[in-house]
Design a protein around this ligand. Structure first.
Ligand code: ATP
Ligand code: MG
Length: 660
């Protein structure tokens, strides 16, 4: 028995008084026990109130209800009823002794003997009773131990631990909370001896004790002692990160965070910890998030901001503490990171999928890709770009993607045409939707075919605009410019020929120098020559009905056969030119003249047009030495197997092709 201590206001609140009155505390039928008594004696805050009573649980329940209080059977097997008064829980347990214990749970018998009840409790400082007037009943001499900070088992440590392995963790937990001086040697030895028995305990029980332990004032010291004797080894076999925990605690000051401490201490897969301790989904996710990445606290401010944005404030703060503790970073770096997390408002990326859909984008995987690209750019730019700028970037990258798509499609079509040419097999249809639908698409296919060939372009054919169709042109590869006379294979399917006049440039006509006039083009020309354009189609039928398809197929060019060159005749001579085409023995006039009238106007158009082609062609432009053929004088005629075809332009020269 002892006199009433000072710190006991909790005892006088009406709710407590009501519960105790219901239980007949005045008559000595109920007493406070456990933490509330211990902490009152130690002048520490009281958080929960445990009550011991002589009444069996049914009687306790009856009395509570009769007093208009709530009663919940929270641990009926051990005789525990929880009363609720004024929203405050009171854990009321019938005096008892433990009959059978298996290390995890006990079979109990109720008693009215206070000393017997004290004997089944874990530590002497937890086995002190206090009545409603504050009088102490202390059968185990717990008060002295409590005041001395001695965590001492009631009875024999080894036996008490065998009854309930959780007492191992409770020993360290109370030591961390109330212990002063060295740990009780007997208790420590007993804990070490049976440390493996922690394995048999439920996750909830371990979790509760472990978290309380991690929040206690002497956590660091006690965890070190636990690590030394391998207490947690059975649960988490990897070495405990005791020093990192010390650092964390030292830096936390008055803002302890139990899960952070747990994450620092346990070098163990977070999923396994979550499962073993039966953590909630939320706590488990947090633990995992802390375990995976480390921050670069050394980064410059912009770099720290990037990390803050990447992880979000909550996770960033956790990771900052983790990193600082595990890597022993400069405290100033941690301080800077935490200050930034408080003071800098993490910006939100100003673009969403809906904004792109508004631009006319079909909702598909492209949206996510573009958003990700723009977000990276936004982050790299220090989060400065606003929505307008981001939208402009999105448009750019969309255009680029579409161009790339078009290039890919063009390449597919060009491959089909190139293969058809190589195998002399017609294209029946374009694969994968690559059929051209516009003049631009047709030119893209021409360009792709040039790229696929790996060859230089050394000549062009060009034709005038006609009935709703613009000027046309096609590049001719160097290997397709042949010197007259030339032998061609009978195997060519069409064997179509056209007589033409071609010109060779003496000077470059770079697209940037244009748009050119006919006079400028003429001025750039050095020589003229008679040419036979050998016409073939890579399609199944002739004529090619779709002009865009024909254009994509290099405007049906197979090769250009050129005769000897003469210096460019004067305008009058050119205007007066006549021609004949000999198909074997048959000679016919080729009298249609230059298609479109002025061949130099077409060359001028071409020089400008080349600037709109693939980058490779556009940067090259028209160059000195290039040959340009300017359209058929005979329409089209067809040779037969073994036939010699000859174009004659009196005064200009001739060109000749023989099939065989
Ligand atoms: P806290 O301030 O953390 O609530 P507490 O001492 O009240 O500390 P509780 O876990 O609430 O601890 O338990 C109440 C009382 O029940 C303890 O003081 C102790 O007397 C007894 N007790 C609890 N758990 C055990 C156990 N595993 N073995 C023996 N006695 C126990
Ligand atoms: Mg308690």
């Amino acid at each position: 028995m002892a006199s009433e201590p000072a710190n006991s206001t909790w005892r006088n609140v009406p709710a407590t008084q009501a519960v105790m009155a219901a239980l007949g505390a005045e008559a000595g039928l109920a007493r406070f026990v456990g933490g509330c008594v211990r902490n009152t004696l130690l002048q520490l805050p009281v958080t929960d109130i445990d009550i011991a009573t002589v009444h069996p649980p049914e009687e306790t329940t009856k009395r509570l209800l009769a007093a208009g209080l709530k009663a919940k059977p929270t641990g009926i097997a051990h005789g525990t009823i929880t009363a609720i008064a004024d929203r405050q829980p009171y854990e009321i347990t019938t005096l008892r002794r433990d009959m059978v214990t298996d290390g995890r749970r006990a079979v109990v018998a109720f008693t009215d003997d206070w000393a017997e009840d004290a004997a089944r409790r874990d530590f002497t400082m937890n086995a002190i009773f206090m009545d409603i007037d504050g009088m102490i009943l202390d059968p185990m001499g717990g008060m002295e131990d409590a005041l001395a900070g001695r965590v001492r088992f009631v009875g024999q440590a080894t036996q008490r631990i065998r009854e309930d392995a959780l007492r191992i963790l409770r020993f360290f937990r109370f030591q961390a909370q109330y212990g002063k001086g060295r740990l009780d040697a007997d208790a420590l030895a007993a804990c070490r001896l049976d440390a493996a028995s922690l394995n048999g305990l439920s996750g909830e029980r371990i979790r509760n004790e472990l978290l309380k332990l991690l929040g206690a004032p002497a956590t660091g010291l006690v965890v070190r002692a636990m690590a030394e004797v391998g207490i947690l080894y059975a649960l988490f076999p990897n070495p405990l990160r005791v020093e990192a925990l010390d650092r964390l605690i030292a830096r936390e000051g008055n803002q302890p965070d139990l899960f952070r401490r747990l994450a620092v201490l346990l070098d163990h897969p977070p999923e396994a910890v979550t499962q073993r301790l039966r953590l909630s989904r939320e706590d488990g996710a947090r633990l995992s998030a802390m375990a995976i990445d480390r921050l670069d606290l050394d980064a410059d401010e912009a770099g720290v901001k990037v990390q803050l944005h990447r992880y979000g404030v909550k996770r960033f703060v956790d990771l900052a503490w983790m990193t600082a503790a595990l890597e022993d970073s400069e405290p100033a770096l941690l301080g800077r990171a935490l200050a930034l997390s408080r003071n800098w408002k993490v910006p939100t990326f100003p673009l969403r999928g809906a904004d792109l859909i508004k631009l006319g984008l079909v909702p598909d995987q492209r949206i996510g890709r573009i958003l990700a690209t723009i977000e990276t750019r936004w982050i790299d730019g220090g989060f400065q770009a606003d929505q307008e700028v981001c939208l402009a970037w999105a448009c750019d990258s969309l255009t680029q993607e579409l161009e790339q798509d078009m290039a890919n499609i063009a390449e597919t079509a060009a491959r089909a045409l190139t293969n058809a040419r190589a195998n002399n097999q017609p294209v029946q249809s374009f694969p994968d939707g690559s059929a051209p639908g516009s003049v631009e698409a047709a030119y893209a296919i021409q360009d792709a075919a040039v790229a696929l060939s790996g060859e230089e372009v050394s000549a062009w054919k060009v034709g005038p605009a006609a009935s709703n169709f613009p000027e046309t042109c096609a590049p001719i590869l160097a290997s397709r410019v042949l010197s007259s006379p030339v032998a061609l294979s009978n195997a060519l399917r069409l064997k179509a020929v056209e007589c033409e006049v071609a010109f060779r440039l003496a000077r470059d006509l770079p697209p940037a120098g244009g748009p050119y006039t006919s006079a400028q083009a003429r001025d750039a020309v050095a020589t003229a020559m008679v040419a036979i354009e050998v016409v073939e189609t890579r399609y199944a039928s002739w004529p090619v009905e779709d002009r865009i398809w024909a254009l994509a197929d290099n405007q049906s060019n197979h090769a250009l056969v050129v005769g000897a060159e003469t210096p460019l005749p004067d305008a009058t001579t050119i205007d007066a030119l006549t021609a004949t085409l000999a198909l074997g023995e048959a000679v016919k006039p080729a009298d249609k003249g230059f298609p479109g009238g002025d061949p130099f106007a077409l060359i001028a158009w071409l020089a400008t047009h080349v600037g709109t082609r693939s980058p490779a062609l556009a940067t090259r432009g028209l160059k000195a030495g290039d040959i340009i053929t300017t359209g058929s004088w005979n329409g089209v005629d067809f040779a037969t197997d073994g036939m010699t075809v000859r174009a004659d332009y009196p005064g200009l020269g001739s060109a000749e092709v023989t099939y065989g």
